[in-house]
Design a protein around this ligand. Structure first.
Ligand SMILES: Nc1ncnc2c1ncn2[C@@H]1O[C@H](COP(=O)(O)OP(=O)(O)O)[C@@H](O)[C@H]1O
Ligand SMILES: [Mg+2]
Length: 376
């Protein structure tokens, strides 16, 4: 049984990380699909599915709640009974809104924040917000969703792993001196705010306009009394990520730049004491035999120099040998790129997914990737 099978059969949370475009969203869907086929109640949290994949998963719009996919669409004759598959597409803004509403001391406080111009502008776009809200959603589903497997896709940025820091960053912000000053009621604030802070705010006002600064101050003040809730939430998210029931899967392609990014991700996970439990190398070229590219090119040359009785056929064959040599070179290079990364992730499993001739946007194609990830 493959290690990936163990993950989707036994773990509660699987997080797919890796750089943009390598196949995280695809892989996350396949892992959840396999979990469901093994009889689990699985949900995939996607971030940015291609339109056609979103359609296949029944995600025609951003939806904050998971919707179940009709089993007749994904079940096979070999599927274990009882499995269920749901999907949702992360809506950063409404997840943030929910967090505010849940933590507010009164509906009036929630309304003040949700209507604040600064909040409306930043809640979807603030650096790290998408990363953090993905984890927030995970926590919410884990607590209340009734799923026994949640597979999480991560944002397509180099900052995708910011969610590891996000809970702590939020707490740091709450502890920040300027933040605490801004949170004070106006009169106390004016008394305490140092000249430096006031000068700073005046300068900022001149650049961005005083309404913006007022908005920001109003925004932070509106959070008064909510810090504890946020802090507790941040700790809970951190604990969930560190839980032995949570597994990190690193996805990469065999291209040099992607492997370098993946190494960066692997290092960051290690810094956070997280183990990469499985490495998935997606879009790998087949080995095309085992002859060396040089040997193949030598054959092509030989045919050109000694074409024999049919020079036309010899030429065509030489072109094919050259072509095969090119592909062999790609295959050899891809495997070489991966050597260092393999060592870096230690005992985690490594699984290869072939470069398919088409995009992966329906259950047939997801199953095709599934056969590579779960060969037995
Ligand atoms: N093994 C594969 N062979 C061919 N195309 C693939 C494969 N895996 C993914 N794709 C396609 O590559 C594109 C990027 O995949 P996606 O999962 O969206 O990457 P990410 O989420 O990491 O940005 C999509 O169009 C997807 O259908
Ligand atoms: Mg994606």
């Amino acid at each position: 049984m493959s290690d990936l099978t163990h993950l989707v059969r036994d773990r509660g949370v699987v997080i797919c990380c890796g750089s943009g475009g390598v196949g995280k969203t695809t892989t996350a869907a396949v892992l959840a699909l396999q979990g469901a086929r093994l009889g689990r109640n699985a949900c995939v949290v996607t971030i940015d599915p291609a339109k056609r994949l979103a359609n296949a998963l029944g995600l025609d719009r951003l939806s904050d709640t998971p919707s179940e996919i009709d089993p007749s669409r994904w079940r096979t004759a070999h599927s274990a009974p009882g499995g269920r598959l749901s999907a949702l597409m992360l809506d950063t803004k409404s997840t943030f809104d929910n967090l505010v509403v849940r933590n507010a001391e009164s509906p009036e406080q929630a309304r003040r924040i949700l209507e604040n111009t600064f909040y409306r502008n930043v809640s979807g776009a603030l650096g790290g917000t998408q990363e953090y809200m993905a984890m927030e959603k995970l926590h919410e589903l884990h607590d209340a969703g009734g799923f026994d497997l949640i597979v999480v896709d991560t944002p397509p940025t180099r900052h995708a792993l910011d969610f590891l820091d996000a809970p702590r960053r939020l707490t740091r912000l709450l502890d920040n001196r300027i933040f605490r000053l801004l949170m004070m009621p106006t009169r106390a604030y004016l008394r305490v705010a140092s000249l430096a802070v006031q000068t700073f705010l005046r300068t900022v006002s001149r650049v961005v306009g005083s309404e913006v600064v007022e908005d920001v101050i109003a925004f932070f003040r509106a959070f008064e009394g909510m810090e504890e809730g946020f802090r507790a939430r941040a700790t809970a998210v951190e604990e969930l990520l560190a839980d032995p029931d949570t597994a990190f899967v690193l996805v990469t392609s065999p291209r040099r730049d992607a492997v370098e990014e993946a190494t960066y991700f692997a290092n960051r996970l290690t810094d956070h004491h997280q183990r990469v439990e499985a490495l998935i190398v997606n879009r790998v070229h087949p080995p095309f035999g085992d002859e060396s590219p040089d040997g193949l090119r030598a054959r092509a040359r030989e045919l050109t120099v000694h074409p024999g009785a049919d020079p036309g056929a010899a030429h065509r064959l030489a072109v094919l040998y050259e072509n095969l040599a090119d592909f062999r070179e790609i295959a050899v290079r891809e495997r070489r790129h991966l050597e260092g990364l393999r060592d870096r992730i230690g005992p985690g499993s490594v699984t290869f997914v072939p470069y398919l001739a088409h995009d992966v946007y329906d259950f047939d194609a997801l199953s095709e990737v599934g056969r590579a990830l779960f060969p037995n």
